[in-house]
Design a protein around this ligand. Structure first.
Ligand code: CAA
Length: 283
C-alpha cells in the first residue's frame, strides 16, 4: 500500500502545520475543522509559511503554488473516510477524539490508517474504541511543525508491523526524523518537557524568580531556544495542564502534580499566545 491521500482533522496550529508539511511533500491533503473560520485562518497561515520559504529561496514559487493547490477543505468530516491516512489533530480531549473516530467509522475505507497527534493520551485506549486497532498509531508532531524535525511514532498494543513501517516511510518522505516511543503517558518528549515546564511554574509560584528571570536563566544558562514559561505560552497552558493531568493520573506520582498557578491561569482563560495572555501579555 502507498499513502497518497491524507486527511487532517483539526485546523489549529498543529493541524495547519501538518497540512502544510504534507502538501509540500506531495500528498493530497484534505483539511477539516468543525469551525469553518478556523480552516480559513489555517489556509492563510499555510500560505504565509510557503511564502516565507519562497522568500528564503528554499521553495520554488511554482512548487509553493502546487502545494497550496494540493490542500482541499473537507466540508464534512465523513468526506475523509476513503483517504489513505487520517491524522487527528483536534483538541487534546479524549471524548472529542473518540467522537471523531466514531463519526468516521462507518465511512472509512478498509485500508485507511488512523492516527492521532495526541501529545499524551493512551494510543491503545484510543485504538480500542475504533474498528481497526491494528491500523491505528500515535503520530506526534512538534510545534511549529514546519520547523521541528521530530515526529514521535507510538504503537498501541495491537498496532501491526505494516502500519508502523508505512508511517516510518511517511516520516522520511516529509523530511523529518522519527523517534519511537512506547505507549506510556505523554510518551518521550512531553514526559520530560512538561515536568520541566511545570517546575518552572512552581519556581514562579514560590517566588524563586520572576517570569523574565526564569526564562532568561533557562535560555542563557542551558541554551534552550525559548524559556520554559515562554514555551508554555507557545504550547498553550490548557494543553500543558491536560498533559500534566495525564501524567499525574497515569503514573500516580505526586511529582507530576500540576502547579496550582497553572490551574488558575487555565481557569482564568489565560491560555498563552492564543488568548493573548499567559505568563506574558501579548495584547
Ligand atoms: N512556520 C514556519 N517556519 C517558522 C515558523 C513557523 N510557524 N516559526 C519559525 N519558523 C522558522 C523561521 O523562518 C526561521 O527559519 P530560518 O532559521 O531558516 O531563517 C526559524 O524557524 C527560526 O525562527 P525565528 O528566527 O523567527 O525565531 P526563533 O529563532 O526565535 O525560533 C522557534 C522560533 C523555532 C519556535 C524557536 O524558538 C524554538 O525552537 N522554540 C522551541 C520550540 C519547541 O520546543 N517546540 C516543541 C514544543 S513541545 C511540542 O510541540 C509537543 C507537544 O505535544 C506539546
Amino acid at each position: 500500500m502507498e499513502i497518497r491521500t491524507v486527511g487532517v482533522v483539526g485546523a489549529g496550529q498543529m493541524g495547519a502545520g501538518i497540512a502544510q508539511v504534507f502538501a509540500q511533500a506531495g500528498y493530497e491533503v484534505s483539511l477539516f475543522d468543525i469551525n469553518a473560520e478556523q480552516v480559513q485562518a489555517a489556509l492563510g497561515k499555510i500560505e504565509e509559511g510557503y511564502e516565507r520559504l519562497v522568500s528564503k529561496e528554499r521553495l520554488d514559487p511554482a512548487e509553493a503554488k502546487a502545494a497550496m493547490a494540493r490542500i482541499k477543505v473537507a466540508e464534512v468530516l465523513t468526506d475523509m473516510g476513503p483517504l489513505d491516512l487520517i491524522i487527528e489533530a483536534a483538541t487534546e480531549d479524549e471524548r472529542i477524539k473518540n467522537k471523531i473516530f466514531a463519526e468516521l467509522r462507518p465511512h472509512l475505507g478498509p485500508q485507511t490508517i488512523l492516527t492521532t497527534n495526541t501529545s499524551s493520551i493512551s494510543i491503545t485506549r484510543l485504538a480500542s474504541a475504533t474498528d481497526r486497532p491494528e491500523r491505528f498509531m500515535g503520530f506526534h508532531f512538534m510545534n511549529p511543525v514546519p520547523v521541528m524535525q521530530l515526529v514521535e511514532l507510538i504503537r498501541g498494543i495491537a498496532t501491526d508491523e505494516e502500519t508502523f513501517q508505512l508511517l516510518k516511510g511517511v516520516v522520511e518522505k516529509i523530511g523529518k526524523t522519527a523517534a519511537n516511543a512506547e505507549d506510556f503517558p505523554a510518551f518521550i518528549v512531553n514526559r520530560i518537557l512538561l515536568p520541566m515546564i511545570n517546575e518552572a511554574i512552581y519556581t514562579l509560584y514560590e517566588g524563586v524568580g520572576t517570569v523574565e528571570s526564569i526564562d532568561t536563566a533557562m535560555k542563557l544558562g542551558t541554551n534552550h531556544p525559548m524559556g520554559p514559561l515562554e514555551l508554555a505560552d507557545f504550547i498553550g497552558l490548557d494543553v500543558c495542564l491536560a498533559i500534566m493531568n495525564v501524567l499525574h493520573d497515569g503514573l500516580a506520582d505526586t511529582k507530576y502534580r500540576p502547579c496550582p498557578l497553572l490551574v488558575k491561569y487555565v481557569e482564568a482563560g489565560w491560555l498563552g499566545r492564543k488568548t493573548k495572555r499567559g505568563f506574558y501579555d501579548y495584547r
